[in-house]
Design a binder for this molecule. Structure first.
Ligand SMILES: NC(=O)c1ccc[n+]([C@@H]2O[C@H](COP(=O)([O-])OP(=O)(O)OC[C@H]3O[C@@H](n4cnc5c(N)ncnc54)[C@H](OP(=O)(O)O)[C@@H]3O)[C@@H](O)[C@H]2O)c1
Length: 508
């Protein structure tokens, strides 16, 4: 086994070749001659005779040939090779293996075992002091409740979360009240200012859920104090602020992530994988609607975060970000990093008559790429991102109006049901003659809200020393903020100078 280990670690990762389909790229191995794609695709594993399958790696953000090892001149499934050599030292396994392991499913079956033991090898218990800022917001409550649920219920036994401190900008009493009302087990410190929390040497990573007008100042405070940060969406008021936050995190070697929780749902991951596997052909159009039919004048006083320009209020930054999330995670994020290109943007805004914040925004996005293969034709795709706080995408909240998300490809469509930020089901509709319609329900383990998945990602990034999450990379947060900047520019929506400012520190 000890002789095998270096080989087992050998994972063949696709080389970056911008103009090629991800499936047509070359591959690299540790030090040895990289096998090219043709070798891997046309030569089955000599042991099980199954062809090697490329899979998309969220971590690598690229196609990888999993479970493949080079032994001398040949490439095997690591699991097959391991199986046939487990009783003795590594040897040329071919003749013996072919006769002793005629079962053609060996590769897959053993790959499963391999990946389990591989995960087990890396398993590490993370005890994460997880202070929360600020106190008593509706959202912090949901987030902390999710953190306190048993990770094993969602098959996340490698992480554990601990809420170590809570801060309120209003008073220490609010923080204390939050701790007791949510039932956070001690020890958990309560602070009456964000500065005190930032100065606490025991604090490791902070979840920021203040209004987005304040994110830039709050996150800068924490980064300057050497804290890792998970910050709610919209990340900041504008792209310039996001850029500075990312540069600061990089410079200080700190983790930073925009808390777009929906991206970490198993549903989102499955939909992205289906696209990457070509389940609906080349994806050319996505329509996403995040709209709520509120009685705006009677629901939101002008001071409310939802419509108050002083707090960067409005549908776009609060809800439209989810429509953009769906457009981006399907049409942009499903491409290899080097192929992702920012879209051209056309938009319309309807201002709320009492405050000037947007109550309705419609965005057309034109990407100079198509996914998953970005073939020379059509090599273009379109996104439609809609948001409105006065008319609903799902008026009876029963789904009668149809899905809020439609992802349309040359071979079919994927529909996503439920709130775009917390969808519960997706449907795959193959083109006529290409198969049956399939519905997939995606439940929330332990009755959680679903915020635990992004929290688990933070813990794993910290454990593995990653400064950003592959699921929500800094570069993509910046491009999305740039789209929202452009939409506001086209619609003439400006926020007060103080909250658009990149000056730090600034008293808001
Ligand atoms: N992921 C999601 O599903 C989701 C859902 C809703 C909202 N969000 C995002 O999360 C953030 C917070 O939303 P929320 O609905 O939780 O907001 P909220 O209920 O209005 O809470 C905001 C909290 O921020 C603190 N705060 C600091 N400065 C403030 C100021 N000048 N005015 C008002 N509050 C101030 C307050 O707590 P203290 O006084 O105790 O400091 C307040 O309780 C926003 O960026 C929003 O877009 C995300």
């Amino acid at each position: 086994m000890s002789r095998m280990q270096p080989e087992l670690k050998l994972r063949l990762k696709a080389l970056q070749a911008p103009m090629e389909s991800p499936l047509n790229k070359g591959h690299q191995s540790n030090g040895s001659e990289p096998p090219n794609d043709a070798t891997l695709r046309n030569t089955p594993c000599p042991i099980c005779q199954e062809k090697f399958e490329p899979t998309w790696s969220e971590e690598e953000q690229d196609w990888i040939w999993q479970d493949a090892v080079r032994v001398g001149p040949r490439i095997y499934h690591a699991s097959c090779y391991n199986e046939v050599t487990k009783d003795g030292p590594a040897r040329n396994p071919e003749p013996q293996a072919r006769t002793s392991t005629p079962d053609s499913v060996l590769g897959k079956r053993k790959a499963e075992v391999y990946s389990k033991s591989h995960r087990g090898h890396r398993r590490q218990y993370i005890s994460l002091p997880y202070p929360v800022l600020p106190a008593l917001s509706h959202l912090s409550t949901a987030f902390v409740r999710d953190l306190l649920l048993d990770p094993k219920a969602r098959d996340a036994g490698d992480v554990a979360h601990q809420v170590a401190a809570v801060a309120s900008s209003s008073s220490k009493e609010r923080a204390e009240q939050f701790i007791s009302s949510v039932g956070i087990p001690g020890p958990c410190a309560a602070y009456g200012s964000y500065e005190e929390l930032a100065a606490d040497p025991n604090v490791q990573v902070v979840y920021v859920a203040s209004p987005h007008s304040h994110h830039y100042q709050n996150v800068m405070l924490l980064l300057e104090a050497g804290k890792h940060v998970l910050c709610e969406k919209a990340f900041t008021v504008n792209a310039a602020q996001t850029r500075i936050l990312c540069e600061t995190a990089k410079k200080k070697n700190l983790f930073l992530m925009e808390a777009v929780w929906t991206r970490y749902f198993p549903l989102s991951i499955q939909v992205r994988q289906l696209i990457q596997q070509g389940a609906i052909g080349e994806v050319l159009r996505v329509v996403a609607d995040t709209s709520f039919g509120d009685d705006v004048e009677n629901t939101f006083p002008p001071s409310h975060r939802m419509v108050n320009p002083d707090l960067a209020g409005g549908a776009l930054l609060d809800l439209g970000i989810y429509s953009l999330t769906w457009v981006f995670q399907t049409l942009y994020h499903t491409l290899p990093k080097e192929q992702r290109k920012a879209p051209a943007v056309t938009s319309q805004i309807t201002p709320y008559h009492l405050t000037g914040a947007d109550e309705s925004t419609s965005i057309l996005l034109s990407f100079p790429t198509s996914t998953p293969s970005n073939d020379s034709h059509p090599k273009r795709s379109q996104g439609v991102a809609l948001t409105n706080i006065r008319c609903a995408g799902d008026p009876d909240e029963q789904g009668t109006a149809g899905p809020n998300i439609r992802i349309q490809g040359t071979k079919g469509e994927i529909q996503v049901f439920g709130n775009p930020f917390r969808p519960t089901k997706y449907r795959v509709i193959p083109k006529k003659g290409l198969g049956a319609v399939r519905d997939v329900e995606c439940p929330f383990p332990a009755g959680g809200r679903g915020m635990y998945w992004e929290a688990d990602e933070v813990a794993r990034c910290l454990r593995d020393g990653r400064l950003e999450s592959a699921g929500m990379p800094w570069e993509e947060s910046i491009v999305i903020m740039e789209v929202m900047d452009e939409v506001r520019r086209q619609g003439g929506l400006k926020y007060p100078e103080s909250i658009e400012s990149t000056k730090y520190p600034l008293q808001l």
